[in-house]
Ligand binder design. Sequence first.
Ligand SMILES: [Zn+2]
Length: 249
Amino acid sequence: MSQLELETELQTWRVAGRQPQVWWRDDDAISLTPELERLTQLTGEAGIDVLLAVIPAYADQALAAFVGQHGHLQPCVHGWSHTNHASAPEKKCELGTHRALDVVLSDIERGRQRLAGLFGSRLVPVLVPPWNRMRDDLAPRLGDIGIKAFSTFTHKRTFPETQVNTHVDVMDWKAPEGAAGKMPDRLQSELAAALGVSRLNGYYPVGLLTHHLVHDEMAWSSLSTIVANTGLAWVSFELAFDSQPRTTS
Ligand SMILES: [Zn+2]
């Protein structure tokens, strides 16, 4: 039924003379692994660009060399070391109010510099805060350290000039047996819902979020289903950035 939901939503876009745009963000890259190779093959064969959020403290030369060979992988800054500075029951956060703002900023700057050393001009000056959250007063300061945009996971955008979010997560992080890939029907249903929100709020590109290191076969299978859908137009992060409504939502 969920495939039907997606087809119905796509039809609504067609009637409006629009084609849904989707962009892809993948998180937590540190090295060259079989899982990263699989993600790269899947997206490369489909001609899909991927904003690759790299953990600066752990990123290695093998990752840099691999990204150098694959132009559709676009590395960006994923905090510094994916360290949680919050205490339970507060949600995990590296870039929160637990430390002084300048300390948090210097962490990100250190990360940007380390990744610039690894990736050179291929580094995209974008911040993906670990766990998709960061303190509110950070966004206006990112330009000071050469970061032009940031990306979290919600339809709500507090900083419309610089925020390009993701909305559909292939993983179910609260599954009973631990994190598990969502079934194709569920992923298609969630994509349909996200496209519906976008359609009512300016037709902005919907962001797909993946974490290649923890994908099970279900996650890969569901991603293949989405990739095979010819009704979707895949766009780069750059185009998604340019296509954001410049008003808050
Ligand atoms: Zn992460």
